[in-house]
Ligand binder design. Sequence first.
Ligand code: GTB
Length: 216
Amino acid sequence: MTITITAFERSPDGGKGLARDSRVRWALEEVGQPYKVLPVSFRAMKEPAHLALHPFAQIPTYEEGNLALFETGSIVFHIAERYAGLLPDDAHARARAITWMFAALNTVEPPILELATARLLEGDKPWNEERLPLVEDRVRNRLAQLSARLGNADWLDGAFSAGDLLMVSVLLRLKLSGILDEYPNLAAYLARGEARPAYKRAFDAQLAINTTQPTS
Ligand code: GTB
């Protein structure tokens, strides 16, 4: 069955791989499933056809036969359950890998998103100078905890899993900030994720969309 996902027609990041279709692409590359990408403009995202797929008018979405999904975490979980390669067979190890998926999205990502908002959208606010260090501290707190748990391990719990895929994707957002350099094991963890052939294929595919000239 053909898998079709949606992605930005033009990502605001110009192809740095930060838009969330990258997470879905990476998961599909890890499990070796071919997929089609439907580029969507910001205008088309708000139209009924796309709203039928995504109630919040966003990307990515995922279609496979008569199944339509939105929410990256749910899509990656579906891929990991359906195809081998992203979740261990052992029931407990599987439950722990799923726990890391939730930890990435629910515990580590929120302060990172808050930091992005504070820097990119609120930089000109009079209160930002006072607030920014507080937000940075919240990010550092989570990174310190994650760093302590990862220690010298390659991945969060044994073999690479969907939990690592989402955690690395979340940390990618900090790559240019310099904060990760304060936690060398996390910087190395991120680099290990980016070095995976499946990640590279996913990254190159989204870069190609974002760097080719529009046809009209
Ligand atoms: N919770 C949803 C999920 O995980 O799938 C969130 C989806 C989401 O935030 N989608 C964004 C979107 O469609 C794109 S990924 N935004 C358009 C809109 O809301 O109108 C978030 C994103 C966007 C841009 C960058 N960037 O340029 O660096 C990075 C990440």
